[in-house]
Design a protein around this ligand. Structure first.
Ligand SMILES: [Zn+2]
Length: 264
């Protein structure tokens, strides 16, 4: 039976947790755990492709700052710590800025990527007071060096796709074996790598298609990572119909986080 994993990207020091909680109320009320992929040291000047400020940035009053480092004092950290079994953190890059060629980790060497990963991990662990075992690159963009760096630092890596050119030759057999059945999970070194088939579950999806979309994303897979962005769903006070439909569609499926919850 396929394991479904809920992955929410982009929470950061500027995120009001009450708003995030409201957006995901149908999922949280149903008791599902969510892997929150948290930006440790969020840059405040990153622009979306349309030229507007990235929509996960909520710090209008702090625009004079270039970035905000998450600490144990931020509301987001306290909220995660209060719900250790339901909110399971992952490291989402370091700053989520466009460091080189439009992404944070898509064009870095292993040394450059490893340095950013180490800094992000230690900021997040200090803020949450617990080890954080998983990594998600902003925009899921990873160079070959970034993949090498992540494999030696994390127990779980969630990403969109891998190809042979991004993997060391010693990893090709595991990659080919995975592709044969499209199981979407493979062990590389001591890291479990989870692939996903895109993030079509957004506010413009017809809610009546959520269940069949999950079927398509998970067909034949051992693990199906459902990629979500809270900021796409939090414009209104009431939960979005797509989030309600997702909670309903998951009720009949096995849902578990990709990493173990942090200790209470
Ligand atoms: Zn992101």
């Amino acid at each position: 039976m396929t394991q479904f994993v809920l992955r929410d990207d982009d929470a950061n020091a500027t995120t009001p947790p009450a708003r995030l909680e409201r957006a995901y109320a149908p999922l949280l009320d149903a008791g599902f755990a969510i892997n929150l992929s948290v930006i440790p040291d969020v840059a405040l000047d990153t622009l979306a492709p349309d030229g507007a400020r990235e929509r996960f940035l909520c710090a209008a009053q702090e625009r004079h700052l270039q970035k905000i480092t998450l600490t144990s004092q931020h509301e987001l950290s306290q909220w995660i710590r209060r719900h250790p079994t339901q909110l399971v953190p992952l490291v989402h890059g370091l700053t989520h800025s466009r460091v080189r060629e439009g992404t944070e980790f898509g064009a870095l060497s292993a040394v450059e990527a490893g340095d950013r990963m180490d800094r992000g991990k230690s900021i997040l662990e200090a803020a949450l007071g617990a080890p954080v075992e998983g990594f998600v690159a902003p925009w899921d963009a990873m160079s070959r060096g970034a993949i090498t760096a992540a494999l030696s630092r994390f127990r779980v890596l969630s990403t969109s796709w891998l190809d042979r050119a991004k993997l060391a030759p010693k990893h090709w057999p595991a990659h080919y074996a995975e592709r044969l059945r499209r199981r979407e999970t493979l062990e590389l070194d001591r890291c479990r790598v989870l692939r996903h088939r895109g993030g079509p579950i957004g506010p413009s999806l017809d809610p009546s298609l959520v269940s069949s979309t999950l079927d398509r994303l998970s067909s034949g897979a051992d693990v199906c990572v459902v990629v979500l962005h809270h900021w796409m769903f939090w414009e209104s006070d009431a939960p979005h119909p797509v989030v309600r439909a997702l909670a309903k569609a998951l009720a009949r499926r096995r849902v578990a986080p990709m990493t173990s919850p942090i200790a209470a």
